[in-house]
Design a protein around this ligand. Structure first.
Ligand code: HEM
Ligand SMILES: [Cu+2]
Length: 505
């Protein structure tokens, strides 16, 4: 098949979008890989959450640390990035009416990513990398763990490059007119941040790999931490930009909303690119290696310019929905537009729940803990409490919402269990809310993160250490069970649709 020819395209009978078939295959394959890693991460999530719930304490200590290490990487890197690559190919081709430039390169990138992800996951399961998500030097893992991460990062970098080249050529070939759609613009912002992030990842993991092989004799832990967070925090800004882009997409898909002020929304994405990296220092607030001036400037000033970007999106997305709803005639009083919103539509439910959890729990706790309060929040459960509201309640749920449209559109199969899909965002949302609040609240009571047994860690401390945490950890544990059920429903719908969904024309 000549991939540039019209025969390489089909026209979607539902949306009228033109779909480049080689891109479609890559989108499906990357999304499937993403869901498989989500499944692995979700099973581990349940096990570690039921271990942190002290009265249950399910796993033995060594398995808790091992599964925590796998859970963090599999979820935050493999699930999210595979899905993002699928999203980039979608935003760069289908939304632009364009062809994917080099499908072969896309497959090469996929093979690298898959090989890397499988390698580092297996090594960690085998006990070769019980060093948790941050992999802080001088904790040392088996060389294949680092090699796996490096292969994955190189593959992801190639995929991002392919996306950017595809967008540029689409413009040259006049596949679309005017500026790129806002959703693609948000994805371009994510891709630009991704280049910086993945290069930083290489800069930190390549020496760690050599150090683990014994080729270089030492790796300064202070330098490692600074370099690691040049990768670790910007990676979250990729997730943030991609999530916001998906929010705009879901708002349009489910209510017909248009951005009320497109220029302002674009400017907000620009703020992410320009200022978000400076915020990375919040991870190093208690780090003795950095000067006080550095920490204060970054986390008390520059950081807020990125927050401003989020605040702009936080108003413009609901405003877009409101304008679209009012135009449909739901204009009575202040809130008829909201009451009459399509709450049973999976994409809208995912958008709304993800928006609320991200905004009210994730964003606020992030702004609070990203400044001086970090001095008391650091290394307590407040930290995972914050980021489960952002990357789980926010990004993961938004991606699930998009998948409810992406999967039928790409596989031409009807979604299996639409009623379950309508309920899923609410179930997942209740679970993640309890999980996050339980963690945040436990952390406020002083409960440390990444600790198998707080009873042991508080030995010798006058009672009542962590008083009340029995209740807050129970809230976290019950929330985890509900969230994992919600996650399982999503995986079930995705897999069943792929395998048994009724074929559409
Ligand atoms: C139903 C869903 C989930 C549950 C119940 C859950 C639960 C947990 C628990 C209990 C911890 C350990 C906290 C500690 O002991 O310090 C944890 C850590 C973590 N989780 Fe999740 N999680 C879920 C989903 C996710 C998702 C979707 C992501 C990423 C997109 C994620 C990313 C992480 C990360 C990065 C860590 C920290 C690992 C580390 O400290 O090295 N989780 N999670
Ligand atoms: Cu951060």
């Amino acid at each position: 098949m000549n991939i540039t020819q019209e025969s390489a395209f089909r026209t979607c009978s539902v949306t009228g979008l033109r779909v480049h078939l080689p891109a479609q295959k890559l989108i499906i394959t990357n999304a499937v890989a993403a869901v498989v890693f989500l499944l692995i991460g979700g099973i581990l999530a349940l096990l570690i959450a039921l271990t942190r719930w002290e009265v249950v304490q399910l796993l033995p200590a060594d398995l808790y640390y091992r599964f925590l290490s796998v859970h963090g990487t599999v979820m935050l890197v493999f699930w999210i990035v595979f899905f993002e690559v699928a999203g980039l190919y979608f935003g760069g081709t289908v939304l632009l009416n364009a062809r994917l430039l080099r499908p072969g390169l896309g497959w090469f990138a996929f093979v690298l990513m898959l090989a890397g992800a499988v390698m580092s996951t297996l090594v960690t399961f085998a006990g070769g990398a019980d060093i948790m998500f941050t992999a802080y030097v001088p904790l040392k893992a088996h060389p294949l763990f680092y090699l796996g991460v490096i292969l994955f990062a190189v593959g992801a970098l190639l995929a991002v490059g392919l996306f950017l080249a595809t967008v540029i050529v689409a413009k040259k070939e006049k596949r679309y007119t005017g500026s790129v759609p806002l959703v693609t613009y948000g994805l371009i912002a994510a891709a630009i941040i991704a280049v910086f992030t993945l290069v930083s990842g290489a800069i930190v993991f390549v020496p760690a790999f050599l150090w683990s092989l014994g080729i270089i004799s030492s790796f300064d832990p202070g330098a490692y931490r600074v370099l690691f967070w040049a990768f670790g925090h910007p990676a979250q800004q990729i997730n943030l930009s991609a999530m916001v882009a998906v929010w705009y997409a879901l708002a349009t898909l489910t209510t017909g909303a248009k951005p009320v002020n497109e220029k302002l929304s674009r400017f907000a994405f620009l703020l992410y690119i320009l200022f978000i990296n400076l915020g990375s220092v919040h991870h190093l607030m208690v780090d003795p290696a950095l000067s006080q001036a550095n920490r204060i400037f970054n986390t008390s000033y520059f950081f807020y310019l990125a927050v401003l970007g989020s605040l702009i999106h936080a108003y413009s997305i609901p405003a877009g929905v409101e304008v679209a709803q009012r135009a449909k005639g739901y204009a009575k009083g202040l809130f008829q537009w909201l009451v009459k919103a399509p709450w049973k539509e999976p994409g809208f439910a995912a958008l709304a729940v993800s928006f609320v959890i991200f905004g009210f729990i994730g964003g606020t706790s992030g702004v609070i803990q990203g400044m001086q309060v970090n001095m008391i929040a650091h290394n307590t459960l407040r930290i995972p409490g914050h980021f489960h509201a952002t990357v789980v309640g926010g990004t993961t749920l938004a991606f699930m919402g998009l998948a409810y449209y992406l999967i039928p559109l790409m596989t031409r199969r009807q979604l299996v269990g639409k009623a379950w899909a309508s309920a899923q965002p609410y179930i997942y949302g209740v679970g993640v809310t309890m999980l996050s609040l339980g963690m945040l609240w436990s952390g406020i009571l002083g409960v440390p993160r990444r600790t198998y047994d707080i009873a042991a860690s508080s030995a010798g401390v006058a009672a009542p250490a962590y008083a009340g945490s029995d209740v807050t950890l129970a809230i976290m544990g019950v929330g985890a069970v509900i969230a994992v059920i919600g996650g399982a429903i999503f995986v079930g719908i995705a897999v069943l649709t792929l395998l048994t969904g009724k074929k559409m024309k």
